[in-house]
Design a binder for this molecule. Structure first.
Ligand code: BGC
Length: 256
């Protein structure tokens, strides 16, 4: 069994689990710790390392060099986080890859959180076997995006930050925007539709997969969307970020 640790760092929680990367499923407990506030790298990195060690221990893994993949809510280039929309500004230009490698013995990969979730959905979830242009959106505190063509990821797209009505689109289409603005599902679906239409104008995807916590309430809003491409809910739900980050790490480790 090929395993890797997946980590999903979000604005409210840090989720960690050991993943069987051949099945796309957790093979140990799913740990969740609250993201500390302020969420500076100096505070968050030791928590990530500690939680990874705890997940290996609780899963009974003794091999020291298990690959680790970390999904961050940021643009990530060569292990360096380059943006910080919903996290502490201290993450801008922070070399998380290097920091983690100094504390962990195995290979480490850092990638954008929505790219990680997208990888998992494309392999094991709603996008399995889908060809052509597929866009996976994660609707949470912000909106993350993963862009795929014939199953191959184009990393670091930031479709949540397209400008709509003079603001970042995620300000209206994120799941947090619905609760923050006290909107009905119907009203929020209209805003989401506008974002999806703008995406369709630019990318003409065959399929749009909607993930994040709201995917469990898909029946409340997907039927209201009028955008041209097919729109389906993600199926891996909460685990997509962990599974995809672990997949990326295992693949990089196998490539040597
Ligand atoms: C960030 C993205 C991230 C998304 C979901 C956005 O605000 O800019 O990098 O993928 O939130 O966490």
């Amino acid at each position: 069994m090929a395993v890797a640790v997946g980590v999903d760092v979000g604005g409210s929680g840090i989720k960690v689990g050991l993943v069987d990367v051949e099945r796309g499923a957790l093979s140990g407990p799913r740990l969740r710790v609250k993201t500390p506030q302020p969420s500076t790298p100096a505070v968050v990195v030791p928590i990530i390392v500690k939680t990874i060690r705890r997940s290996l221990l609780e899963a009974g893994v003794t091999a020291p060099d298990v690959p680790v993949g970390v999904g961050m809510p940021a643009v990530v280039i060569d292990g360096v986080t380059k943006s910080a929309a919903n996290i502490d500004q201290g993450w801008i230009d922070y070399d998380l890859g290097a920091q983690l490698r100094s504390s962990l013995p195995g290979p480490v990969v850092v990638l954008n959180d929505a790219d990680a979730a997208g990888l998992a959905e494309m392999r094991f979830g709603a996008g399995a076997g889908e060809r052509g242009v597929v866009i996976v959106l994660t609707l949470g505190t912000g909106v993350g995006s993963g862009l795929f063509n014939d199953g191959v990821l184009v990393p670091n797209t930031e479709l949540g930050h397209m400008e709509i009505r003079g603001r970042a689109a995620e300000r209206r289409s994120a799941s947090s925007a619905r609760t923050r603005r006290g909107l009905s599902w119907k009203a929020w679906a209209n805003d989401l539709d506008e974002h999806l239409e703008a995406i369709d104008r630019l990318f003409s995807p065959t399929l749009i997969i909607l993930g994040g916590g709201v995917s469990k309430d898909a029946d409340k809003f997907i039927g209201r969307l009028t955008v041209r491409p097919r729109v389906v809910p993600a199926t891996l739900r909460n685990d997509a970020g962990i599974v995809g980050a672990a997949m990326a790490a295992a693949e990089r480790a196998a490539a040597g």
